[in-house]
Design a protein around this ligand. Structure first.
Ligand code: HEM
Length: 119
């Protein structure tokens, strides 16, 4: 039986493993290839601690950060598939479910704001 996501170390594992998977994906890798990882990974860890562990202090508008990128529904599907798979690989429980739900909802929010949800 797997444990749920409970500690900052759990978030570190989730984020690190997820981006390792992203970088194996031919379609997603180009978006991250020039990224400053020393800056990006701490931001993502802080974001997920805020969402999943109720840590205060994350104030960025996540949707707006993506609006300039050339994203498609297929790219969102791929991102979410990898995220859900990484969560399921390590964790089980209500917080793990919340992680997947929140990622999907934020994905839908970004797609909606980009007018990608046509039907
Ligand atoms: C096709 C799907 C996606 C791609 C290619 C993508 C790509 C990126 C990239 C390249 C950045 C770095 C932006 C920068 O610092 O210049 C970023 C930031 C971020 N993304 Fe995504 N993203 C995707 C979907 C999502 C989804 C579904 C979520 C939902 C949780 C998400 C959450 C975030 C967060 C929290 C940040 C950090 C914002 C900050 O604090 O600066 N992304 N994304």
């Amino acid at each position: 039986m797997k444990e749920d996501i409970k500690t900052p170390e759990d978030i570190n594992l989730l984020v690190t493993d997820f981006y390792a998977e992203v970088m194996k994906s031919e379609s997603l890798r180009p978006f991250f290839s020039t990224l400053d990882w020393e800056a990006h990974l701490p931001k993502m860890k802080k974001f997920w601690r805020f969402i999943l562990l109720d840590e205060a202090g994350y104030t960025e508008n996540v949707t707006n950060k993506h609006l300039h990128m050339h994203l498609t529904n297929e790219l969102f599907d791929e991102w979410l598939l990898l995220f859900h798979r990484t969560v399921d690989q390590h964790f089980e429980g209500p917080v793990a479910e919340l992680a997947k739900t929140r990622a999907s909802l934020i994905g839908i929010g970004i797609q909606s704001k980009m007018n990608l949800l046509k039907d």
